[in-house]
Write a new protein. Structure first.
Length: 393
């Protein structure tokens, strides 16, 4: 696969750790000084398991064409707007059924600063994934896992005092699967509301307290699958040195389930970043939480321990490498007579990019995914490697 796997902080954690005072997101170098940017990427890759099957894996060569458009524009001194669209055409020579798949990704963002102390940030992302990069474990052989996803985010930040600010946040995410059986099982809406207060203890240290409410509502059979959670979380953001930062969140989640017993679980998120050279850094962290399971008929949730590390290294002014590794021991929590299932997911990704000019990027990538499970039907072995070239103008 031509896209490097990049493990990220999960939805809740990334949401909490975002820069509370930022309005404008950084603009990539290729897009600076321009209102409009167009790009096209072409590539060839090989995927050893295009459906993520435990047995009888189907492998295929994959040829990709990916044009994109992006707009970054300041509407005024206080207002920033951005919008983008990307079309991905994948041709899989050995795929049963449709061999040419078209995926779409559209984003829009509006950020406005009412004053130096108060701002609002709204964004929406709509994705049609016909060739999803993260495949579902335990799905029957050669099942179409394509889906639509829409995520709407809103954030309002204001200063309470010279050293304290408050944040109100909201997020709603919709999932809709193309396959009727998967849709009946996994189509859902996840809503998240939160309020946080951040206090500058000293200039380099912030203390954070937060309350969140999450509601997960399934499109069908919700009486046995829906759930609501309340979170109380405390933590810190610490700039240990100019190039070294750390963040921590500790809390508790009280989850109420429909059609299953309630549960109380700790929430832990630790992360850090070290910028050891220009365009070179290492990030890492640990997450403990519970997330939705891919088989909601047998399992209520998945209890996850996720350790991750990402490294970007600038070999020279023209060559950059990036490496990512995620190690994830987890337990699927069984319903009724279903026993819990332990499994371990390991994901590794490597990319080397050559940037001969500001407009050209040539990349070689490799991804390796492994799932070892007490349930052999959930196991996965998948390798992807590819070469691509991108031109922006």
């Amino acid at each position: 696969m031509s896209k490097l796997y990049s493990p990220l902080l999960p939805l809740l954690g990334l949401w909490a750790a975002s820069n509370l005072g930022a309005v404008y997101a950084p603009i990539p170098e290729q897009e600076q000084g321009k209102d409009f940017t167009a790009a096209i990427r072409v590539g060839a890759s090989h995927d050893s398991n295009i459906f993520g099957a435990a047995t009888g894996a189907v492998s295929s060569a994959v040829y990709t064409v990916e044009p994109s458009l992006k707009l970054n524009r300041s509407l005024s001194d206080q207002t920033f707007f951005s919008a983008s669209y990307r079309l991905t055409l994948d041709r899989m020579e050995d795929r049963p059924g449709d061999r040419t798949l078209d995926s779409h990704d559209a984003n829009v963002r509006l950020a406005h600063a009412f004053s130096q102390a108060t701002n609002i940030d709204l964004s929406d992302n709509y994705t049609v994934a016909k060739n999803p990069e993260s495949l579902l474990a335990g799905i029957p052989l050669n099942t179409d896992q394509s889906f639509e996803r829409n995520q709407l985010d809103g954030r309002f930040v204001t200063n309470l005092t010279e050293r304290a600010n408050a944040t109100l946040k909201a997020r709603t995410v919709h999932y809709r699967y193309d396959n009727a059986t998967l849709g009946a099982s996994l189509d859902r809406t996840e809503n998240l509301l939160g309020a946080a207060v951040s206090i500058d203890v000293v200039p380099e240290l912030k203390a954070v307290g937060e309350y969140r409410f999450q509601d997960v509502g399934y499109r069908s059979a919700g009486a046995s699958k829906d759930k609501q959670s309340n979170f109380l979380i405390g933590g810190f953001d610490y700039e240990l040195a100019k190039k070294l930062t750390a963040s921590g969140r500790l809390g508790y989640e009280w989850r109420q389930r429909e059609g299953a017993g309630d549960t109380d679980v700790p929430y832990v998120e630790l992360s850090g970043k070290y910028d050891y050279a220009e365009k070179s850094y290492i990030t890492g962290g640990y997450i403990h939480t519970i997330e939705e399971a891919s088989n909601v008929a047998q399992f209520t949730d998945t209890r996850v321990n996720r350790l991750f590390v990402n490294i970007q290294h600038s070999v020279s002014a023209l060559i950059v490498t990036s490496t990512s590794l995620t190690y994830e021991p987890s337990t699927l929590l069984g319903r009724a007579a279903q026993a819990d299932v332990d499994e371990t997911t390991t994901r590794f990704g490597f990319a080397m990019s050559y940037l001969p000019t500001q407009n050209w990027t040539i990349s070689a990538t490799y991804d390796n995914d492994r799932v070892k499970s007490d349930d052999p039907n959930r196991e996965l072995k998948r390798n992807r490697y590819g070469l691509s070239a991108a031109f922006s103008f």
